[in-house]
Structure formats: structure tokens, C-alpha cells
Design a protein around this ligand. Structure first.
Ligand code: IPM
Ligand code: MN
Length: 353
């Protein structure tokens, strides 16, 4: 039996609760598929700062560099907002993405039929939509220099190099080829030189992917179009900050941020995490929606371990439970049965067995 190294970083807030459930799911599915995971748990974020004085301890980074995949819960809480910039929990996540070279972030926002009424948008608008946001994750305004802050101003830089744009564009073109063959490059080329550059790089690659139809959209319009008519999109490719914003918008098409998984990949490493944050206000109350983290495990099994059949099994179990009407608080309505995190876990596990 093949054994893989999995580093688990539960982090802060609801992170540990949703990760625990996802690991239970992984246990069952991997046993059925005859693969084994050697799980190493490490600290990250505010809890790491509390215990060892740094949000991304060297020991955590070392473990990640030795693993086949990383599973992350969430980091951050308002109580650590006052820390110096480099000690903030969010910096640990950004540092880890950079150190592992995870330039490509896939955030699939797919609407489950059972949840068309859970969105704040009309069922006729969201029903059947399936958008993949491909977000550049290790460049752009999150990382470019110079950056800083003094008494009189704060500043950041937005720059993209050709290699950075090309490699994320290729990921998006290739994904579009496997999906509906439609790619939308989102930028702000009417205002930003970095976006004109982005647009030119992406357009120049198009001839290599004749089966993909490429269109472009300004980011403000894309934000509007996502809520006006999400079904027009297949794959969206965009820079780091725009992808951060558009993926939260796309999440609401699915009903809740608690539904959105993600995969962050580079040439050597991969990390899987729910798109939602640490939700400190509900941490420890057994209310969190574990589906985003469970679906992140499905992405991991598919992309890193090449077990699409395991991923489909998980997708199917989740879908069945939603069809049966069980919902955590974030997606519940008057026609469904509201369940806790652990009840949701039990229902999904029952379907898997
Ligand atoms: C995300 C989060 C992070 C980001 C934060 C926590 C640093 O919002 O993964 O979308 O901005 O990338
Ligand atoms: Mn975000």
C-alpha cells in the first residue's frame, strides 16, 4: 500500500473543527482506495504565535517542504490585528504560499441543485452555474515591492512579469480545455499598465489553445456579471487581488462561503484549503460548515494523488446529504433540517460507507 505524507495545519478559529471532519472523510475514502496517509500536524497562524512566538514556525515550513500535500484550515482573528505586520497570522499563509511556490489557485464555485434556494441570488440566476476562478497566488500587489507604511502614507506595488502571467494563463487554458472551453481573462487594462501587460501576455498564448475561446473583461464589469448572469462563465483567470475578491463573490452563487474548496499548486507542492476564513465568532460552537474542507480533500485526491474516483465519491456523498435536506446554519432555510458540524459529518460519512 502506498503511503503519502500529509501535513495538516488546522490553524485558528473554526479551522480545527472543519479539518477534523475532513480528515475523518479522508480516512474512510483512503482506506477504501487502499492508500495511506501519514499525517503530521503542525502549528500555523495566531495559535502558532501564541505558542512559539511566530505565525509560521520553521518547523512547520520544514514539514510542508517534506510532504506530498498540505491541508490547511484557516488563520487569523481580530485579536491578532494589532500585531506587527510580519507577525500577523495572514502573513503565515502568504509566506507559506510563497515558500512552496503555489502560484496557481483554483477556486471552483459550482451550484448544487439542492442548494439553488440557499443563494441570496434568485434560483433562476444561479441554477446550473459552474465557475472556476483561477487566481494567480504568489505575485501581484500581495508581494511586489516596494511596499510599506509610515506616518504619512501607506504604499504597495502591483507588478507582473511575463513568466508569472504565462504560467498561470497556461493553467487556465488547460483547465478550460477540460471543461467547456471558455476562458475569461479579467483585468483592468483601461487603467493599469500591469493589466495591459497581463492582457497582452494572455492573448499571445491563445493561438496555442485553438480549442479554447478567450474573452476578456474589466474586473469591475466581471464583478457585476458574476451576480447578473454567472452561467456565462466557465473559467476566469485573473491576478492575485482580483481573484481574491471575485472568488468571494463567486462563493455567494453557491449559497455560502462555507461551500467553496480550493487547491493551490506549484510545480512541486500543493496545498488544499477552504476559501472561508477562521470565523472566530462561531469557533468552538459546532456550527461551522465542513463541506468546503471536505471538498478540498476531494480536490487533493484528484489533483495530487490522481484518484478522481475518490473525489467523485466524496462529491456524491455531499450531494446526497444536501439532497436529503441536511444543512449547516449558513445554508439552512425553512424547508431543510439544520444540523451541527458533527451531525453533517455523520451524515456524509454514512453515505460514504
Ligand atoms: C484568501 C484569504 C487570504 C488572501 C488572506 C487570509 C491572507 O482571504 O485565501 O482568500 O487574501 O489571500
Ligand atoms: Mn479571500
Amino acid at each position: 500500500m502506498k503511503t503519502y505524507q500529509l501535513t495538516v495545519l488546522s490553524g485558528d478559529g473554526i479551522g480545527p473543527e472543519v479539518v477534523d471532519v475532513a480528515l475523518d472523510v479522508l480516512n474512510i475514502v483512503s482506506e477504501q482506495a487502499n492508500i495511506k496517509f501519514n499525517v503530521t500536524e503542525k502549528l500555523i497562524g495566531g495559535c502558532a504565535f501564541e505558542k512559539v512566538g511566530h505565525p509560521l514556525p520553521q518547523d512547520t515550513l520544514d514539514a510542508c517542504l517534506k510532504s506530498d500535500a498540505v491541508l490547511l484550515g484557516a488563520v487569523g482573528a481580530p485579536k491578532w490585528d494589532g500585531l506587527p505586520h510580519e507577525l500577523k497570522p495572514e502573513q503565515a499563509l502568504l509566506g507559506l504560499r510563497k515558500a512552496l511556490g503555489l502560484f496557481s489557485n483554483l477556486r471552483p464555485a459550482k451550484v448544487y441543485n439542492a442548494l439553488v434556494n440557499a443563494s441570496s441570488l434568485k434560483p433562476s440566476i444561479v441554477g446550473g452555474s459552474d465557475v472556476m476562478v483561477v487566481r494567480e497566488l504568489t505575485g501581484g500587489i500581495y508581494f511586489s515591492k516596494p511596499r510599506g507604511m509610515d506616518e504619512l502614507k501607506g504604499w504597495n506595488t502591483l507588478a507582473y512579469g511575463k513568466e508569472e502571467v504565462d504560467r498561470i494563463a497556461r493553467v487556465a487554458f488547460e483547465l478550460a480545455q477540460k471543461r467547456k472551453g471558455q476562458l475569461t481573462s479579467v483585468h483592468k487594462a483601461n487603467v493599469l499598465e500591469s493589466s495591459q501587460f497581463w492582457r497582452d501576455c494572455v492573448n499571445a498564448l491563445q493561438p496555442e489553445y485553438p480549442d479554447v475561446s478567450l474573452s476578456e473583461m474589466y474586473v469591475d464589469n466581471a464583478a457585476m456579471q458574476l451576480v447578473r448572469d454567472p452561467k456565462q462563465f466557465d473559467v476566469i483567470v485573473t491576478q492575485n487581488l482580483f481573484g481574491d475578491i471575485l472568488s468571494d463573490i463567486a462563493a455567494m452563487i453557491t449559497g455560502s462561503l462555507g461551500m467553496l474548496p480550493s487547491a493551490s499548486m506549484g510545480t512541486k507542492y500543493a496545498m488544499y484549503e477552504p476559501v472561508h476564513g477562521s470565523a472566530p465568532e462561531i469557533a468552538g460552537t459546532n456550527q461551522a460548515n465542513p463541506i468546503a474542507t471536505i471538498e478540498s480533500i476531494a480536490m487533493m485526491l484528484e489533483y495530487t494523488f490522481n484518484k478522481p474516483e475518490c473525489a467523485r465519491k466524496i462529491n456524491h456523498a455531499v450531494e446526497q446529504v444536501l439532497k436529503d435536506g441536511y444543512r449547516t446554519k449558513d445554508i439552512a432555510d425553512e424547508n431543510s433540517t439544520m444540523v451541527s458540524t458533527s451531525e453533517m459529518r455523520n451524515h456524509i460519512i454514512e453515505k460514504l460507507n
